[in-house]
Design a protein around this ligand. Structure first.
Ligand code: GDG
Length: 519
């Protein structure tokens, strides 16, 4: 639905005509070329695809860091202006100095918020100068936003880098409706309270009109934090939305599970090039002695190099499966892609060394002529390769220790409409809430659980595989990225679900049978 259509049917007081998106990165990446020119690459991905139509129709604007320093911004303004005309909506750059980038991005965002919000308190580096850099860059974004914002706008701020922009714009007198969406988890109260700057951060989150989370787990963690710290708040629940009056304003909090552009994804993954590449990969990974009619049994992992993704735990789970279930040896391989990420943080180097070592150990223990247990690639695949791997794999092993959502799980399911693949998914990924019916949910810390589930998934009859995959695909199709944008914007206009909608419940694992007996 068009932004204008949405606005015209909204109740008065919540009307808006132009969408303004703010994120750490712009949907284009600039890099310098020799001779002073700029190379511009357009970003892809579901979020950009979903927001672009709304931005175009509403004559919208996207504000973010173009990936270059502060001194360069005047020069790049022209590049962004030309690109804005081509895209059909405005791009505005916020330049950052190398010091700001270090303290705000590598420091506070990725060594304080990221580990704390993913429950890795021990990895936090609570340096006061990181907080200073974070608030100062957030104020810079807020000033840039206040300079652009006008009557009739809805301001949509994204992710953990920019949580304090809300308070920044309010301090500058901007009263326009503003929403915030957190792409990563929100931690439980006791973890949040470890943060030295917990109160200013909370104040800032409460300065938005709508605060969106990936799952009920995160929404409820936030609500519990707010209601524990601020006495007397009354909550009104309507399906995925919960509203409260804070200092005379209504703040609405919701669970909005992000997704992928299902149609675009399905179309891209059924092109002849992808289908051919998937067949080639299948042949290349087929164990020795298997005829052409028999597909190889490939488990696939696609993860950014990050401790939250639980790659070493996954490798230990796979190793245990090979140790415990000899019938898997020679038949089953794990293809694991690890995408380099945040290479400026030393911690990430140690993690890579651990993964390298584990892969070496597993291959050293089990390899035999014609069969390698782990095919490990540290790097990136282009889109064709990624889609072909999704199509080729029988089982996706998506086992983050904690994840806001995890789009790889959804992409694997949608890469082939006729798929008989199996999804093994961490119960600590936001996606587990939506995908609990078709996936095998595991606790990634429990290597025995992971190993047993791998063995079960490898032996699952085709009919059962198809039944489960159909459930997964139905769910993902009905709540795709366009649904996500629509649902968030509807909530922002006060047009969320009605009172008759059942409150959403968070996912918790079922108790094992016999748990209550003899207690
Ligand atoms: C954050 C939250 C939340 C990966 N390798 C390649 C490649 N990818 C693409 C995947 C997928 C994306 O990157 C990864 O998305 P995830 O959701 O799995 O994870 P994060 O990067 O941690 O994202 C997460 C997300 O925000 C959205 O809100 O779901 O919880 O942590 O789309 O396909 N793409 C290509 N080559 C690769 O090698 N082309």
């Amino acid at each position: 639905m068009k932004a204008r259509d949405l606005a015209s049917s909204a109740p008065s007081g919540t009307d808006f005509h132009r969408l303004v998106v703010v994120s750490n990165r712009l949907p284009v990446v600039l890099s310098p070329l020799p001779g002073g020119a700029w190379n511009l690459e357009r970003g892809s991905g579901g979020l950009v695809t979903a927001l672009q139509p709304v931005l175009r129709r509403s004559g919208g604007l996207w504000l973010g860091w173009p990936g270059v320093g502060e001194g360069d911004t005047e020069d790049i303004d022209d590049v962004l202006r030309t690109e804005s005309e081509a895209l059909g909506y405005e791009l505005r750059g916020v330049g950052l100095t190398p010091e700001e980038e270090e303290g705000f991005y590598l420091g506070f965002s990725n060594q304080v918020v990221w580990p704390l919000f993913h429950d890795f308190q021990g990895r936090c580096n609570f340096r006061p100068r990181y907080w200073d850099a974070y608030t100062s860059v957030n104020r810079k974004f807020a000033a840039a936003l206040a300079g652009e914002a006008r009557q009739g706008d809805f301001l949509w701020i994204h992710d953990y880098h920019l949580m304090s922009v809300g308070e920044g714009i309010r301090k500058l007198g901007v009263t326009l409706p503003a929403g915030f969406f957190l792409h990563i988890p929100f931690p439980p109260l006791d973890l949040f309270l470890k943060l030295p700057w917990r109160f200013p951060l909370l104040r800032s989150l409460l300065s938005y009109d709508l605060v969106g989370f990936q799952s009920v787990r995160d929404r409820d963690n936030f609500l519990y934090t707010v209601t524990s710290l601020i006495p007397g708040l009354e909550l009104r629940e309507r399906g995925r939305l919960v509203s409260m009056e804070v200092a005379g304003r209504t703040v609405t909090v919701g669970s909005f599970p992000i997704s992928i552009d299902v149609e675009e994804f399905a179309d891209a993954s059924r092109t002849p090039e992808v289908v051919r590449k998937a067949e080639e990969l299948d042949v290349a990974h087929r164990p020795p002695g298997t005829g052409p009619s028999k597909r190889g049994l490939i488990l696939l992992g696609v993860d950014r190099l990050d401790y939250s993704k639980g790659i070493p735990h996954k490798l230990r789970g796979f190793r245990l499966a090979l140790r415990r279930y000899p019938e898997l040896r020679g038949r089953v391989s794990l293809v694991q892609l690890v995408v380099p990420s945040r290479e400026d943080i030393p911690e990430y180097h140690r993690m890579k060394a651990e993964i390298d070592r584990l892969v070496g150990e597993i291959n050293g223990e089990f390899s035999r002529p014609g069969w390698t247990p782990v095919h490990y690639r540290y790097g990136q695949w282009d889109r064709l390769e990624l889609l072909a791997h999704y199509r080729m794999a029988r089982i996706a092993l998506v086992t983050p220790l904690k994840d806001g959502m995890n789009l790889v799980a959804k992409e694997f399911c949608m890469a082939s409409p006729e798929s008989d693949g199996v999804l093994i998914l961490s119960e600590h990924a936001g996606a587990s809430s939506q995908l609990r019916e078709g996936a095998f949910l595991v606790n990634p810390y429990d290597v025995e659980d992971v190993a047993a589930t791998i063995q079960r998934a490898c032996g699952l009859p085709e009919e059962e595989r198809r039944r489960r995959m159909a459930l997964l695909q139905d769910r993902i199709r009905s709540e795709d990225i366009h649904w996500w944008v629509r649902t968030f914007l509807d909530a922002a206009k006060g047009r969320g679900e009605g009172d008759e909608v059942e409150p959403l419940k968070r996912y918790v694992p079922p108790l094992p049978s016999g748990f209550m007996e003899g207690l």
